[in-house]
Design a protein around this ligand. Structure first.
Ligand SMILES: *[C@@H]1O[C@H](CO)[C@@H](O)[C@H](O)[C@H]1NC(C)=O
Ligand SMILES: *[C@@H]1O[C@H](CO)[C@@H](O)[C@H](O)[C@H]1NC(C)=O
Ligand SMILES: *[C@@H]1O[C@H](CO)[C@@H](O)[C@H](O)[C@H]1NC(C)=O
Ligand SMILES: *[C@@H]1O[C@H](CO)[C@@H](O)[C@H](O)[C@H]1NC(C)=O
Length: 299
């Protein structure tokens, strides 16, 4: 019997008596190769989130800002805004997922906040982090590894597991060239409601994504419906997997352009309630973070 399956059985049994304990989450996640995608702060998260299990959001999410996707200037037929995030001090197995979003700065991306924080909740040394858009099957994307210049993370209160990243991209041959001119960039929006047809991409090392090597080195895809809860979007009964952390939840994904609208990023799989959770972005906070890292104060 496979370990995960027997774990699920165990949880099912426990769930009949008590709410799954934090300890049960820790015991499943004690392997070092899972450490990054599931730091201690995340372990506490399930307990606090679990209270909200049946608390669906009632509000209609009607908001204004919708930013269109951006098609690569360098090669309009080849967009690759999604990539693997590497950590030089960690084992090669450990990674996260990030993606480039359309901004006038052009070098801005998204990932999960916990990917950028150490066990004490302090930001990692940025010189250890790099991004390879288009990475797949042990092969770097066309641009290789791009350093990270800056990060902006909302106050961590268990409901804000996302972060903005500014990449230190430069092309010596093209002055002023921006990362998104090469990779293209996802559009982004804040107005997604309940029951949204969604595509998620990431580099999981485990979990349930189908047709996926699950070795943290292959780009994998999940497609289906997300549900809206009070503070997050969720995918039921699917563990997107460690390494898919930061993977974009994309609405209106277009297979031709490889673009769409990102509206959340994968943060954590709640083993008790079996939800792959992506926190809702509070629009003003998100825009504030963006402005804090784009000196010209233009979206
Ligand atoms: C962690 O898990 C991987 C694969 O599941 C295994 O190869 C590795 O030996 C484990 N490491 C530890 C420290 O248990
Ligand atoms: C996003 O890209 C589109 C082109 O697809 C462009 O017209 C628009 O100005 C961009 N939005 C921002 C905020 O840069
Ligand atoms: C970050 O890492 C680099 C390279 O290992 C090192 O030179 C630098 O001192 C570190 N910075 C901090 C603040 O620890
Ligand atoms: C990964 O690349 C190798 C060649 O480098 C190839 O043989 C293999 O089929 C690829 N695997 C997948 C899942 O694409």
């Amino acid at each position: 019997m496979n370990k995960k399956f027997s774990f699920c059985l165990l949880i099912a049994l426990i769930a009949m008596i008590v709410i799954p304990s934090i300890a049960s989450v820790i015991s499943q996640r004690n392997n070092i190769s899972n450490a990054l995608a599931f730091r201690p702060s995340k372990r506490i998260k399930e307990a606090s989130r679990f209270k909200n299990k049946y608390k669906r959001s009632k509000g209609n999410k009607i908001r204004s800002n919708v930013i269109e996707p951006f098609v690569s200037v360098v090669n309009p037929n080849h967009n690759y805004p999604i990539g693997r995030l590497f950590f030089a001090d960690e084992s090669e197995e450990i990674s996260c997922t990030a993606n480039v979003i359309n901004t006038s700065n052009g070098n801005i991306g998204l990932t999960a906040a916990h990917c950028l924080l150490d066990d004490n909740g302090n930001p990692l040394n940025l010189s250890l982090i790099s991004f390879s858009p288009g990475y797949d099957n042990r092969t770097n994307g066309p641009l290789g590894d791009i350093p990270v210049a800056d990060i902006a993370i909302p106050l961590q209160d268990n409901n804000n597991d996302y972060a903005l990243v500014r990449f230190a991209f430069n092309d010596p041959d093209r002055r002023g060239a921006r990362l998104q001119d090469y990779t293209g960039a996802l559009g982004w929006r804040f107005d997604i409601g309940n029951i949204e047809q969604t595509s998620v991409f990431g580099y999981p090392g485990d979990g349930d994504m189908e047709d996926c090597a699950r070795d943290g080195r292959h780009l994998c895809k999940w497609q289906g419906i997300t549900e809206l809860y009070d503070t997050f979007y969720s995918i039921s009964n699917v563990d997107l997997g460690d390494g898919a952390s930061g993977g974009p939840y994309i609405s209106q994904y277009d297979i031709e352009t490889n673009l769409g609208y990102v509206y959340a990023v994968f943060g954590v799989y709640l083993t008790g309630s079996k939800l792959s959770v992506a926190d809702i972005w509070e629009e003003n906070i998100f825009l504030g973070l963006l402005l804090s890292m784009t000196p010209n104060n233009i979206i």
